[in-house]
Design a protein around this ligand. Structure first.
Ligand SMILES: [Zn+2]
Ligand SMILES: [Zn+2]
Length: 416
């Protein structure tokens, strides 16, 4: 949960506010949103309409997918021409309201870079005079090889940019979260658990249990593609999916008012999986069980991607799933993280060697100084037997240079 207050500490960039629209930031003239998670849209629902209406002289920059999601999430707010979508790798130039001694305005170059956190999420690189500040927003990047693929973080000779200020997503900067498997590995495990269950009989169903309104879209697309069937989605739970055209081939919508079963019998696909795997919101505390999970004639296996309940040592592939038996069925959690583990954060910092680190997530139990000390603790590698200069997984058969994972590709091309 982001605790960033919206302002970069560099005075040269003080006219900019990021991911926070509360009144203390209304004196900013330019705003940025890294992605559409609610902790990065503080105050937008209340103030966004007036801050960015057509009479306003304020501008908000975000990715095109985030702009689309804002219109779905806040239907009462006209996301007007003052909300500008920017593309990955296409820098925009801002004029600072401060004046140089010759009366000219300093120019600030801003680039949006991929983060692999959720669909449409970006980080922002601000470059001006002596300042190179990187605000990561939320991000998941695995190792030095991944960072080296991000050409925007390198100068024309291929050397890493000298980052003066790194505003870092420290959600998992904690010894509890030393390591998470790559998302491709977690996705493969989710597919394996689902396929094994679906193949038992036509009465076997899978509940892909999602606890967040937004953030698992790519997982859903990957599961659909690999299992060769569309996943059922209650449009009342996930209305924004309708506006993400990239998901059209992966999901079938139904609604509470007209249940899927009543309105439409599933067409049997070639592998008999139609209508037998649904994206489920119902296991969230206090939410009524969905039509599928509560149907006593179905045998339902819950498969739940999550990160918080795992405490893994680096490369501990044997323990990336946990199981629990409920009502006679074994349900599974799979370690699936959309933020960097502590190990990945240390690799990122070791590669870029920023001058200053500003944690963006500081829980009450910790101080920013303690988090930075943990990120820079030299004893960490010794205790966890990994090489911070590389961070590649020794047990992984694929070499980093041969990597053709969708994660790696997304770093080299704009996110969809
Ligand atoms: Zn997020
Ligand atoms: Zn369900």
């Amino acid at each position: 949960m982001s605790t960033f207050n919206g302002r970069l500490q560099n005075p040269e960039l003080n006219f900019i506010a990021i991911d926070d629209f509360k009144p203390n930031n209304h004196d900013a003239s330019v705003f940025f949103v890294s992605h559409a998670h609610s902790d990065h849209l503080e105050g937008f629902g209340k103030y966004g309409g007036t801050l960015f209406d057509s009479n306003s002289n304020k501008t908000l920059y975000c990715s095109s997918i985030t702009k689309r999601l804002l219109t779905v999430k806040f239907p009462n707010i006209q996301v007007d021409s003052n909300v500008v979508s920017i593309d990955v790798g296409e820098p925009c130039i801002l004029h600072s309201p401060r004046k140089n001694s010759d009366g000219t305005s300093p120019l600030i170059t801003v680039s949006a870079l991929p983060t692999l956190h959720v669909l449409g999420s970006v980080m922002f690189l601000f470059e001006c005079q002596d300042i190179t500040a990187l605000y990561t927003g939320d991000f998941r990047i695995h190792n030095a090889s991944d960072v080296s693929k991000m050409k925007w973080l390198h100068d024309k000779d291929g050397k890493p940019l000298k980052i003066t200020d790194l505003y870092l997503d420290t959600t998992f900067a904690d010894k509890l979260y030393n390591w998470f498997p790559k998302r491709d590995d977690a996705t493969a495990k989710i597919i394996e658990l689902s396929e094994e269950w679906l193949d038992r009989s036509l009465n076997h169903h899978v509940s892909l249990s999602i606890v967040a309104y937004y953030g698992y879209e790519r997982l859903i697309m990957d599961v659909s593609k690999k299992l060769n069937t569309k996943l059922l989605v209650n449009v009342d739970d996930f209305p924004h999916f309708k506006y993400i055209s990239e998901m059209d081939g992966s999901v079938i919508f139904y609604s509470k008012s007209s249940s899927y079963r009543e309105t439409k019998r599933p067409r049997i696909d070639s592998n008999n999986r139609s209508g037998r795997i649904h994206v489920c919101f119902c296991r969230r505390k206090g939410v009524k069980r969905c039509d599928f999970c509560s149907n006593s004639s179905y045998k339902v296996r819950e498969v739940k991607p999550c990160a918080f309940s795992f405490n893994l040592k680096p490369y501990d592939h044997a323990n990336i799933i946990s199981e629990k038996t409920e009502n006679g069925y074994t349900n599974y959690k799979v370690a699936y993280a959309t933020h960097c583990s502590l190990t990945e954060l240390r690799c990122f910092i070791n590669y870029l060697k920023p001058t200053n680190i500003h944690p963006s997530v500081v829980p009450d139990s910790n101080s920013a100084e303690q988090i930075v000390a943990l990120l820079l603790d030299n004893a960490f590698e010794l205790n966890n037997s990994f090489d911070v200069n590389n961070c590649s997984d020794p047990s992984h058969t694929e070499t980093e240079n041969e990597s053709d994972t969708s994660d790696a590709l997304s770093l080299e091309s704009p996110p969809i």
